[in-house]
Design a protein around this ligand. Structure first.
Ligand code: NAD
Length: 300
């Protein structure tokens, strides 16, 4: 008989506000499945990131069907898995673990989630040359997604230049020479002057890191702008770019599609992405301000 109940969870630090449990549980409800999605917060449990292996073992032993994994455990979990999807292997980071038949297999739905959001929200934009600001964990996933979607080349800029250089090297090895390069932050003005679009993948714009990641006058209406920050959905970058007339993708679509793809992996059933986008839009809007948001529409 097909399985009709699921126990899944999220391992990470400071994950209390995550909307992912609600997205999974509601979609399961709508499909007539029972899903319990539990938060396994290493801070709340008094654990260190290096304890992720023990937590995974415990979750396996008590019958979890799968786990999402987030900061700071996406790399650390890898040595405790039995197998990796090609994407997770290429990226060296796992955000979804499927536990089945006694085996734990790592996937990366940040990559597929950003790709799905981008394809939906910015379907017709040129991607001959993409500039990406931020080469950390999210940056690695979205750069993989952008190149997988067929971008000609990506130039990476990070306040820590060694991070941009390391990511560019690894992308070049994976996608072929000339597809990725690193540049210094002071080259951004020249880069953006004739790039097709910009992907923003630093924490700037979150409530704790307000503001813009670079001066507003580097933006121009000829650029499309893809944001990864989704708390809030309407970051200062999204607001500024939209006011200029840029095509804009907010970070909500990536957050939803990583859950869409994880739901499919956990349950083997096809989630209703439109329904999950709509649910997310409701969850993410401040009370009383619900409107047709970027998450619901796939664009901002
Ligand atoms: P991280 O700390 O791993 O990487 C951030 C990088 O940005 C660092 O390398 C840092 O040097 C660089 N940086 C910071 N400010 C900069 C600036 N002004 N200019 C250039 N570089 C700068 O963080 P992360 O895990 O990659 O997360 C980044 C953001 O992505 C967070 O806000 C996170 O919430 C968001 N995120 C969103 C999704 C989603 O589903 N939409 C998924 C994952 C992460």
């Amino acid at each position: 008989m097909p399985q009709d109940s699921y126990l899944v969870g999220l391992i990470g630090a400071g994950i209390g506000p995550s909307l992912t449990p609600a997205l999974h549980e509601r979609e399961a409800d709508r499909q007539g499945l029972r899903c319990l999605y539990r938060l396994l917060d290493i801070d709340a449990l008094g654990l260190r990131p290096e304890n992720v292996g023990e937590l995974l073992r415990a979750a396996r032993d008590v019958g979890f069907d799968g786990l999402n994994v987030t900061h700071p455990c996406k790399q650390l979990v890898i040595e405790h898995l039995d197998a990796l999807s090609p994407q997770a292997e290429a990226l060296g980071a796992v955000n979804t673990v499927v536990i089945a038949d006694g085996r734990a297999t790592g996937h990366n739905t940040d990559v597929t989630g950003f790709a799905a959001s981008f394809a939906r929200g910015l379907p017709d934009v040129r991607t001959d040359h993409v500039v990406q600001v931020g080469a950390g964990g999210a940056g690695a996933a979205v750069a993989h997604a952008v190149l997988t979607l067929g971008a000609g080349r990506v130039t990476l800029v990070d306040a820590a230049p060694e991070r941009a250089a390391a990511l560019a090297d690894s992308l070049d090895r994976h996608f072929g020479a000339g597809r990725a390069a690193a540049a210094a932050p002071d080259a951004l003005a020249d880069l953006l002057a004739d790039a097709d679009g910009i992907v923003h993948a630093t924490p700037t714009g979150m409530a704790a890191h307000p503001g813009l990641p670079f001066p507003a006058d580097l933006l121009h209406p000829g650029l499309w702008v893809a944001e990864v920050v989704y708390r809030p959905l309407e970051t200062e970058l999204v607001r500024t770019a939209r006011a200029l007339g840029c095509a804009v993708l907010d970070g909500g679509g990536m957050a939803v599609f990583q859950a869409v793809d994880a739901f499919r992996l956990f349950t083997g059933r096809e989630p209703d992405a439109g329904r999950m986008l709509d649910h997310f839009a409701r969850l993410a809007q401040p009370a009383g301000t619900l409107k047709s948001s970027g998450a619901a529409a796939g664009t901002a």
